[in-house]
Design a protein around this ligand. Structure first.
Ligand code: PGA
Length: 249
């Protein structure tokens, strides 16, 4: 049977208030109740994680997790704290966190922490730029293997892998990826997962595309692009635009 598509909204540092976040998440929860053919998730700012208790039909997670356990780490929230506050997944390795200093090594530590707390994680990978020699495939391979090769039994907490070419993300995107570009990398990620964990896990792990996804291009990534889901930034912020993407999936 074909897997249900997984659509994750990455809210980043939005919206302005808890009240607005509550309104949006309740509306998305209602949408999810009506649409059982798609799995819907939102990655919210940490102060809003309690929304997971007000929703029943969606996954509510966070966008990052500490690379350390509890202790003297000002400003960081541990996987265990986030889980106990209601997070049902976390993103790790988002390019914006890599931009703030997350190395492949730190991403691997974050995954270890998430898995220790039984917190499912979405691993983001993606190259900064495309080159004609295929070096970007090498970059993605390194990001995947360095993050995943030592996780052992914790691999069962691998919720999804998201391919997000950095050049296609956010308001400063220089281009939007084509479904063909997406497909090449989806196949590459699947093969790497196969080498790491075998066929069963490689087939069962949803590979998502993210980077300027909107209602007009979503279907291309899910069909010709070979993605089993989407990680949506800007167009997940308004329930109306997010719901259009969900209905396409
Ligand atoms: P975008 O963000 O859809 O606004 O490009 C995607 C992301 O950063 O996850």
């Amino acid at each position: 049977m074909e897997q249900k598509k997984l659509i994750i909204g990455n809210w980043k540092s939005n919206p302005k208030t808890l009240k607005l976040a509550e309104k949006n998440s309740i509306e998305i929860d209602r949408l999810a109740k009506k649409n059982r053919t798609v799995r819907i998730a939102i990655a919210v700012p940490q102060p809003f994680i309690g929304l997971s208790k007000k929703t029943k039909n969606i996954h509510v997670g966070v966008q990052d997790v500490s690379s350390e356990g509890e202790g003297a780490f000002t400003g960081r929230a541990t996987a265990e704290q986030l889980t106990s506050a209601g997070a049902t997944f976390t993103i790790v390795g988002h390019s914006e966190m890599r931009e703030y200093g997350d190395t492949n090594e730190r991403v691997a530590q974050k995954i270890q922490q998430a898995a220790k707390a039984k917190l499912p994680f979405v691993l983001c990978v993606g190259e900064k730029k495309r080159d004609h020699d295929g070096d970007y495939l090498h970059t993605i391979h390194t990001q995947l293997t360095s993050a995943l090769e030592k996780i052992g039994a914790a691999k069962k907490f691998l919720f999804a892998v998201a391919y997000e070419p950095v050049w296609a993300i956010g308001a400063h995107a220089t281009a939007v990826a084509t479904p063909k570009e997406c497909l090449e990398v989806v196949i590459h990620i699947r093969r790497t997962l196969q080498d790491l964990f075998g066929n069963k896990i490689a087939q069962a792990t949803p590979i998502l595309y993210g980077g300027s996804v909107n209602a007009a291009n979503a279907s291309g990534f899910l069909t010709e692009g070979g993605a089993q889901g989407l990680l949506v930034g800007r167009d997940s912020l308004e329930v109306k635009t997010f719901s259009k993407i969900i209905s396409i999936a």
